[in-house]
Design a protein around this ligand. Structure first.
Ligand code: PGA
Length: 302
């Protein structure tokens, strides 16, 4: 009989899935030596190597592949068990795992405050990642709920809009277009843009918008953060298309202006998403109800 701990298996599952010790450490909120130690203990117990490391790359051995498949099934079963127990207790407590896209960082933490105040027994883990990484997590059933602006097509998901997410064109206040109204979309094609990285929902929306107009998007710079983009726009490097959610309570806003471009703002929504077949916990259902009933009141979006 092997003596393997839940912790070791969780660690192994994360390393195997992310193919990286450092990313696994980041996700599990532990140090990298802790991850290495857990994997070493697990390896000793199982008795044959599970992972091969070539440089920084991690590969699964045949035994590793088998254990990974077992872990994935087992973690899911265990998660359901924990959930059933909580449901049996009929209590609104436990852990709520949410993954949300980068741009939601402007409102998700603020929205969780009143929720946690109302339900003190609920702990939240919020992963903030870009759209591509969020879709990866969704396909692996890693979280209870997902919050995003551009839900994927062709997946069997339930997707509920809960708040407006207009996409606006930002310019430095000193830009010549700031004084103009009803600027034709095609005039944007003459301007350099600062855009988010590939894999971002914002980037996807912009590319689609330009494609629909049959126009080329002139990319001056690519940045992986909305904050950095706003600074670059304020600094005069170019224009940007960002969710209006990024403008809440922000000092740099004084240096930025929203342009009056035809067809803008592009009206979109923020969605809360889960796989259709997912058995939602009481905690997740409570959060869904909270979103639907409170959010428009909590978050000013004008
Ligand atoms: P992003 O997503 O933060 O990955 O750009 C925003 C969105 O989906 O609208």
């Amino acid at each position: 009989m092997m003596h393997v701990s839940l912790r070791q298996l969780r660690t192994f599952e994360a390393v195997a899935r992310l193919k990286s010790f450092s990313r696994a450490a980041e996700e599990l909120h532990v140090t990298q030596p802790t991850v290495s130690k857990q994997i070493r203990l697990l390896n000793d117990e199982i008795g044959i190597p599970l992972l091969e490391q070539l440089g920084k790359k991690v590969f699964l051995t045949e035994a590793g592949e088998k254990l990974y498949a077992t872990c994935a099934e087992w973690l899911e079963t265990w998660g359901l068990f924990e959930q059933n127990i909580a449901n049996l207790k009929g209590i609104k407590e436990g852990r709520l795992k949410i993954a949300a896209v980068t741009t939601t960082k402007y409102f998700m933490p603020r929205l969780l405050g009143p929720f946690c105040a109302e339900y003190p027994g609920i702990d939240i883990s919020l992963e903030v990642v870009n759209r591509d990484r969020l879709l990866e997590r969704l396909s692996r059933n890693q979280d209870d709920l997902y919050v995003m602006g551009v839900p994927p097509e062709g997946l069997d998901i339930v997707c509920e809009p809960f708040m407006d997410n207009p996409l606006v064109v930002l310019a430095p206040v000193t830009h010549s277009l700031v004084q103009r109204s009803k600027i034709p979309f095609r005039d944007l094609a003459n301007e350099p843009f600062i855009v988010r990285e590939h894999g971002s929902g914002t980037r996807l929306t912009i590319e689609r918008a330009f494609q629909e107009q049959g126009l080329d998007l002139k990319i001056k710079m690519e940045l992986g953060s909305n904050e950095a983009i706003k600074q670059a726009v304020a600094g005069g490097l170019g224009l940007a298309l960002l969710s209006r959610s990024t403008l809440h309570l922000d000092h740099s806003q004084k240096e930025l202006a929203i342009l009056d471009v035809e067809g803008f703002p592009i009206m979109r929504s923020w969605y809360v998403v889960h796989a259709r077949g997912k058995q939602l916990s009481v905690v997740a259902k409570t959060f869904l109800e909270f979103l639907q009933s409170h959010v428009q009141l909590l978050v000013p979006h004008g």
